[in-house]
Design a protein around this ligand. Structure first.
Ligand SMILES: [Zn+2]
Length: 124
């Protein structure tokens, strides 16, 4: 058995390695014609066409800004077809969003405490 695929076209040989127990590579093995057709069909069915929503530029200056970006990312992830990968991404983003809401709440509470403290100082 040769080291390379024995397929030749216009005097040039194929440079690919043959599949197990064959003289041809996967692309040229006549025995794999049906498999190749199925793979092409499968590839066509799984074509990804992602329609993106209009990009909005966000300035990140607070937890609230990050939460807005997370919110739009989650909504975009939800608009995609449900695949294992997309659902994993959605779960990951939701997990970060929960953390973001917690931080946002803390930021608001600390801000309120600072404001109240400053008002007390001004009264003295
Ligand atoms: Zn070949």
């Amino acid at each position: 058995m040769s080291v390379q695929c024995v397929y030749r076209k216009n005097g040039k040989s194929c440079q690919a390695y043959p599949v197990l127990d064959s003289k041809y590579c996967f692309a040229h093995d006549p025995a794999n014609a049906k498999k190749r057709a199925e793979a092409r069909k499968k590839g066509g069915l799984h074509r990804r066409v992602i329609k993106r929503t209009k990009h909005v530029y966000h300035h990140i200056k607070s937890v609230k800004d990050v939460n807005m970006i997370l919110e739009s990312a989650i909504n975009e992830a939800r608009s995609l077809e449900s695949s294992q990968s997309n659902l994993r991404t959605l779960a990951y983003l939701c997990n970060i969003a929960l953390k973001g809401q917690e931080l946002g709440s803390l930021e608001e509470r600390v801000g309120a405490i600072e404001k109240a403290t400053n008002e007390k100082k001004e009264l003295r």
